[in-house]
Design a binder for this molecule. Structure first.
Ligand SMILES: C[S@@+](CC[C@H](N)C(=O)[O-])C[C@H]1O[C@@H](n2cnc3c(N)ncnc32)[C@H](O)[C@@H]1O
Length: 339
């Protein structure tokens, strides 16, 4: 049986695990499992789950005793990857995120609160898209790359980001903590550098939610990933109406992806970029408010859904060349939070 998966290498040997295989091993690591335990905790078709169980059993990675399966002999780093303490990573990441450069409206930055960034990482893990995967992040004021890197599970994380301060911060933290994370200055208006094309399994973005912004971000990500691959993105309803969601979903489908998850209100934002009262007063959010918009009374009201799509074939890349960054790139008629 062939498993459609890029091969990954490690000092413990050359192995490859699909998402399904990883999820089955994770379930079995938590307790001896019967068939129903495995079916209820693994994504995918029953046929694929059955094939993968046989494949794991042939290699001795799961063994059967009295109608239940247990873990067989596995590389040690696999066993560690099957049980992860995200509470510890959350604590660690709060410290890292507290040091990041202040957000700027110049690049439409507004970071997600640290605990919600770790929830995103946890969701990738849950879906089998974190362990041993090569991940590209485009635009990372949220520091998702560092949060994911702290787990030591991904094979490689690369960040392309326009703001040099964020790039320097990520590289310095990665070096200090010996993480497999590297960042470079990159503008999504430019084509993706050739050496990054089809070099990743997973693409993560929190793009500007204009039609040209989303299309540019997605195009660079689709040039970066191979099949089977996954795309994760944040999208809000507050500045992005259903007609835009429709365009974005159609683009995903036309490029050979299918939406698998929309986690409603999964990420909340810090409300930090407009801390300067003058900038705050100039926003449409404040100027057009039907009630007093009191900055100091804000809870974390700005939120986005976290979405996931997977490839059904090697994705098409809608835009390959350079894009002109005009006023429609960062602002749509629905943009309210910029000055
Ligand atoms: C687009 S902002 C979105 C911020 C926020 N998380 C949200 O959804 O409102 C996300 C990241 O993209 C970066 N960014 C903005 N314009 C960019 C561009 N043209 N190329 C690459 N990164 C860009 C920002 O610096 C920031 O780190």
């Amino acid at each position: 049986m062939s498993i459609p998966q890029t091969t990954t290498s490690h000092q413990a040997g050359n192995h490859s695990l699909t998402r399904t295989a990883f999820q089955i091993l994770r379930a079995v690591a938590s307790r001896p499992c019967c068939l129903w335990d495995i079916l209820s905790s693994t994504d995918g078709t029953i046929r694929d789950i059955y094939d993968t169980c046989r494949w794991l059993r042939e290699r001795g990675w799961i063994v059967e005793r009295d109608g239940r399966v247990q873990l067989g002999r596995l590389p040690k780093y696999w066993t560690q990857a099957l049980r992860v303490d995200f509470e510890q990573h959350r604590e660690q990441f709060r410290g890292v995120a507290g040091e990041c450069p202040a957000p700027t409206t110049q690049f439409f930055q507004e970071p997600i609160v640290p605990d919600d960034v770790v929830r995103r990482v946890e969701f990738l893990y849950e879906r089998g898209d974190l362990f041993e995967r090569a991940i590209l992040v485009l635009g990372d004021d949220d520091l998702f790359s560092l949060a994911a890197g702290l787990t030591e599970l991904p094979r490689r994380i690369v960040v392309g980001e326009i703001d040099e301060r964020v790039v320097n911060f990520i590289n310095a933290e990665a070096k200090k903590r010996n993480l497999k994370v590297e960042a470079f200055v990159y503008n999504v208006a430019e084509p993706l550098p050739a050496h990054l094309r089809r070099a990743f399994d997973v693409f993560v973005m929190d793009p500007v939610e204009t039609v040209s912004g989303f299309s540019a971000w997605l195009s660079r990500g689709l040039a970066a990933i191979r099949h089977p691959g996954a795309v994760y993105f944040g999208l809000t309803e507050l500045e992005c109406p259903p007609s835009y969601w429709h365009k974005f979903q159609r683009l995903l489908v036309d490029c050979g992806l299918v939406l698998t998850d929309i986690l409603r209100n999964f990420s909340h934002y810090k409300n930090a970029s407009l801390a300067n009262p003058q900038a705050w007063q100039k926003t449409k959010l404040v100027r057009e408010a039907p009630l007093p918009a009191k900055a100091d009374e804000q809870p974390h009201w700005y939120r986005s859904s976290f979405c996931r799509a997977v490839t059904v074939k090697t994705p098409k890349v809608p835009i390959r060349g350079r894009i002109k960054l005009d006023s429609r790139f960062y602002r749509s008629p629905y943009t309210m939070t910029l000055d």
